[in-house]
Write a protein that binds this ligand. Structure first.
Ligand code: WT7
Length: 651
């Protein structure tokens, strides 16, 4: 890769960076590597506020890790109270921009009051430490307030992205056995209302254990209300009138919880049809999300940090809520879409709030490139000093554009590799130190020991492709799959004994830079969102017309990959055009609009091995090249492939 241009950090950036010079990085990395528990324990004592100090840094009984045992801590206290009690109390914690243009700026002091009031509401309704809550909200401050109020009481939450359907929501509520759902009447997206409460009502038809739905009024549209179960957030809040009640509500104490107390469960797609509930716990997660704010985003007191992710994804958990707030940052939060009302919405917000650090996805960048440079050029982006990218590999052309047109050549780009399971950023440049190569997430962060290995677990040499694994436990690692410890062990810890298997392929170059190449399993990456082929297949075969389905990712210029489904039908006289439309809609209804296949191909048969397994590799090749090059000797019936490959030319 020596022909690629290398970008060292600019002198201007280095001058004020937290960590500068390769020696500083090496020193930090080597110290962490020599004695990881010592390294992390020093940071944990310094960076976090403890009710009781921890006794032991790490209990590691692979695959089970316990970090900072014996300690008592609270995530909400760390994110809110300790800042509200400091000179940060009047500093904006959340700078919120609603889609229709409304705005709210909430200081740390105000956030403490709002969170305490909502925690008091939950407590008065009888919810307590260990009960579970599902949060299904638009991108409004109340989503963060609900998360933090749960954390304050020790109620693990599961945020379900507002784009998920009632079906998907139901499955998550049931798997978690949540008793309370926190939602809104709706949210705004591209000028239209997304009706969240309707989806909740549909989901709850099959969730008899849910006792309450607390509804925040956002759009003001009429919604049905189930007596005894459904409560308006504002009505609950109105009971706190008079100085004494207000005082009581606003001083709701933060529970003193164990370091390993479950903080949240976030469902993510795996290789089977059933999403996995990824469990994160308290102290280790807070430590690593906040440390990466300093290492990767070079966080400084006057930064205005904007991560464009929705709080329904892990990026939103770690870099809209827990990481930046633990670190005491000002966070920008935006309700709507990047292209509404016009293609300069992002740049307008950067200019309006003088955003200094801007973190987004390659898909968003590629979609905006297409609209031309005039949109960013119409805005003053001089407040920006650092850019970030996450969710999928960034292609060099998109990287260069981001660097040149948005960062004006001044701002380093942190390409950050991590996963729902890792909790925090794992591989990324420290921007004041590491010369950048477009398309590489560069070097591992301190305390992270990645390796690239072959199928037997043996390290491959430089510039060889292999499986990306992580060798040592890290504080923000996934603790288990909710309710399924066996799957946890099989999925992540059985491929290479003692090491964490990421499911990604990667290559390390002669400078030690890591190039993440993409998934090696049946997981697709569409717009930086993880989608399971099996999950979409099982949605499709639920449709009465479908006999069999096989789903593969197809290269896509903007979204990285797009969903393509091969479908065989039951006997009947089908109108393919109408049915194709219906099936796409069906998947949107079963999972969510973002999982809707871009293309449906009908076929008489699917290519299978002699043992009956669908050969997805072949289908991927057919889609990518309209031909097949690899070995097909195990294929049962070659005519199937020939028919599929030629189909494209016919339609
Ligand atoms: C998968 C994790 C964690 C943030 C959002 C996605 C891919 C993520 C990068 C990157 C190349 C990346 C990987 C990973 N991925 N970041 N910078 N370069 N690939 O979280 O849904 O858990 O997906 O996203 O394939 O395994 P997620």
């Amino acid at each position: 890769m020596s022909d690629l241009k290398i970008y060292p950090p600019s002198a201007e950036f280095v001058a004020r960076a937290n960590v500068k010079g390769m020696d500083a990085y090496r020193e930090l990395y080597d110290r962490a590597r020599q004695d990881p528990p010592k390294f992390w324990s020093e940071l944990a004592s310094q960076e976090l506020a403890w009710f009781r100090p921890f006794a032991q840094t790490l209990e590691w009984d692979p695959p089970n890790a316990k970090w900072f045992t014996g300690g008592k801590i609270n995530a909400c206290y760390n994110c809110v109270d300790r800042h509200a009690a400091s000179e940060r109390k009047t500093k904006p914690a959340i700078i919120w921009e609603g889609e229709p243009g409304d705005q709210r700026i909430i200081t740390y002091e105000e956030l403490q009051r709002l969170v305490s009031r909502f925690a008091t509401i939950l407590r008065q309704l009888g919810y307590k430490t260990g009960d579970r809550a599902v949060i299904y909200m638009p991108m409004i401050p109340e989503a963060v307030i609900a998360m933090l109020a749960c954390a304050r009481l020790g109620i693990p939450h599961s945020v379900v992205f507002g784009g998920f359907s009632a079906e998907a929501l139901k499955a998550r509520i049931q798997d978690l056995d949540a008793w309370v759902v926190i939602t809104a009447d709706g949210g705004w997206r591209r000028g239209k209302e997304v009706r969240l409460k309707d989806a909740v009502d549909e989901a709850l038809l099959e969730c008899p254990d849910v006792r309450n739905v607390i509804v925040y009024r956002r759009t003001g549209s009429a919604i049905p209300r189930k007596e005894g179960r459904d409560l308006w957030w504002h009505e609950q809040d109105e009971q706190f009138s008079g100085a004494q009640l207000v005082q009581m509500a606003e001083t709701c104490p933060a529970e003193e919880l164990d370091s390993e107390h479950p903080l949240f469960v976030l469902y993510t797609s795996g290789t089977t049809g059933k999403p996995k509930g990824i469990l994160h716990t308290t102290a280790g997660y807070l430590l690593q999300t906040s440390m990466t704010m300093k290492w990767v985003f070079d966080l400084q007191e006057d930064d205005v940090f904007w991560c464009t992710a929705d709080v329904g994804w892990v990026t939103g958990h770690s870099y809209v809520v827990y990481g930046p707030l633990t670190a005491g940052a000002s966070v920008v939060m935006y309700e709507g879409a990047p292209d509404y009302p016009a293609f300069d919405r992002f740049w307008q917000i950067v200019e309006k709030y003088k955003v200094t650090v801007f973190y987004t996805s390659p898909t968003a960048i590629r979609a905006l490139i297409r609209q031309g440079d005039k949109w960013p050029e119409a805005h003053d982006l001089s407040s920006l000093r650092l850019l970030g990218s996450v969710g999928e590999p960034i292609n060099p052309a998109a990287w260069e554009w981001f660097h040149r047109v948005i960062g004006k050549g001044r701002c380093p780009i942190a390409d950050t590799w991590w996963q729902t399971e890792t909790g925090a950023i794992m591989i990324a440049p420290m921007p004041g130190v590491v010369p950048l190569k477009p398309g590489s997430a560069t070097l591992p962060l301190p305390g992270i020991i990645p390796d690239i290995v072959d199928t037997r677990g043996v390290p491959v040499g430089d510039n060889r492709e292999g499986f990306l694994i992580i060798r040592e436990p890290w504080p923000s690692m996934v603790r288990t799959i909710w309710g399924d410890p066996k799957r946890f062990e099989e999925q992540y810890w059985s491929r290479v004994p003692g090491a964490y298997f990421t499911g990604d392929a990667a290559r390390r170059d002669e400078n030690g830079y890591i190039w993440v190449l993409g998934r090696v399993d049946d997981v697709m990456n569409v717009s930086g969102h993880r989608l399971s082929t099996m999950e979409i297949e099982s949605a499709l075969v639920h449709h009465p017309a479908v006999a069999e389905a096989a789903v593969v990712g197809k290269p896509h210029e903007i979204t990285g990959q797009a969903v393509c489904a091969f479908v065989t039908l039951k006997k009947g006289d089908w109108d393919h055009t109408a049915l194709g439309k219906e099936l796409r809609q069906w998947v949107a209804h079963e999972i969510g609009p973002f999982a809707r296949p871009e293309e449906i191909r009908f076929t008489d048969a699917l290519p299978k091995t002699r043992s009956g397994k669908i050969m997805r590799r072949l289908l991927r090749e057919i889609i990518a090249s309209n031909g097949v090059t690899g070995d097909v000797t195990t294929l049962e019936d070659l005519t199937v492939v020939t028919a599929l490959a030629s189909q494209h030319d016919d339609d």
